[in-house]
Design a protein around this ligand. Sequence first.
Ligand code: ZN
Length: 459
Amino acid sequence: MAAAQRIVIESCSIATVDAADTEYASGYLVIADNRIEAVGAGKAPEGLENVVRRIDATGHLVTPGLINTHHHFYQWITRGLATDHNLFNWLVALYPTWARIDEPMVYAAAQGSLAMMARGGVTTAMDHHYVYPHGSGDLSGAVIRAAREMGVRFTLARGSMDRSEKDGGLPPDFAVETLEGALAGTEATVKEHHDASFDAMTQVAVAPCSPFSVSTELMREGAELARRLGVRLHTHGSETVEEEKFCHELFGMGPTDYFESTGWLGEDVWMAHCVHMNDSDIAAFARTRTGVAHCPSSNARLAAGIARVPDMLKAGVPVGLGVDGTASNESGELHTELRNALLINRLGAHREAALNARQALRLGTHGGAQVLGRAAETGSLEAGKLADLVLWKLDTLAHASIADPVTALVFGAAAPVTASFVNGRQIVENGRLLTVDEDAIARSTRDEAQRLARISAKA
Ligand SMILES: [Zn+2]
């Protein structure tokens, strides 16, 4: 075996986000192949062999790479529409357009979504894709190909919908799959693409869309399928008051009880939003270690409400952050979620004690790794973990006068990314992607957005 190639990063602040929240005002980090070999205070040890690169990171903060836990990549080509709607009205306005997507559109949209996040310090991405129109091509394959080319670590949550208008659901009849089709398509995607290894770049989760677009049979059989295949489960839950009312009317119980009754609480489950949770809902999530993807910008955009993140954390619920689809969060980058998680939660019951900057950074890193089931591999800077990390430049106009680097990163403007590493490989340099042509992606996403608008106007 070839000797490990080392990259040494030094003279920087480091926030490890380990269990003790260890930080170094001036420290070093050694990457050996795709792992972190060492991290500590002061200069790197003398005499390291096979050092192929030495980075003087003066003026920088190094953190674990950001981890996004909820997104819908295809929405990149339907941004800026239905801008003054609540969730249900917004969905009804957009479903007819979404049902016209095809493989080239989804590939371009995935590239746009991934590029925006990656250039802003995301090293692990996820896509909850649930629109599979008949004859639209290999949409899951297109998304996975885009993530592989970008070089980010990736979880595809293979979604599905089978409850259309004729069954009391929200999507139009032509936008959904059959129960059998959804389960077979999901199983095939897991078998073709899921990698269970420690340094996996691609994983797949089973992810029926939401209680109001999925039959009870698909929820139940989806959970059984995931457990049979040994993969995680993801869906939307408790997003709005309208959803709560829908669940009471259709199932005679609230969303959390409905999830419990269909096998959807457990340490292998994470759920987007969880805005409308009472104390016993939070206790049920804590007891079962069910994870939450907190999406504060999307919740504000759709006037959904404020998730009780401080109460969830206090109860022991694993919580990560999510951009959510960019039709409800046009910025599409995760720094906004660090900042908005902190600010929006301070508008809730706990006021200034709700969250601090270090808790916000933890949500966006270690918390994300927890809910994706990858906390042993990534989410903190510790020897033996995967080399997924970001060098944030904090000595420019935007941040130089803020003394504490973590405060600068979370409270301040989006910090320039000097370098971002995934699996030991650098994918961003000075804010530009090294793996793909950002300008070409800007053009192709605009072209595909226009093509989709033309097709759906004709339909
Ligand atoms: Zn969503």
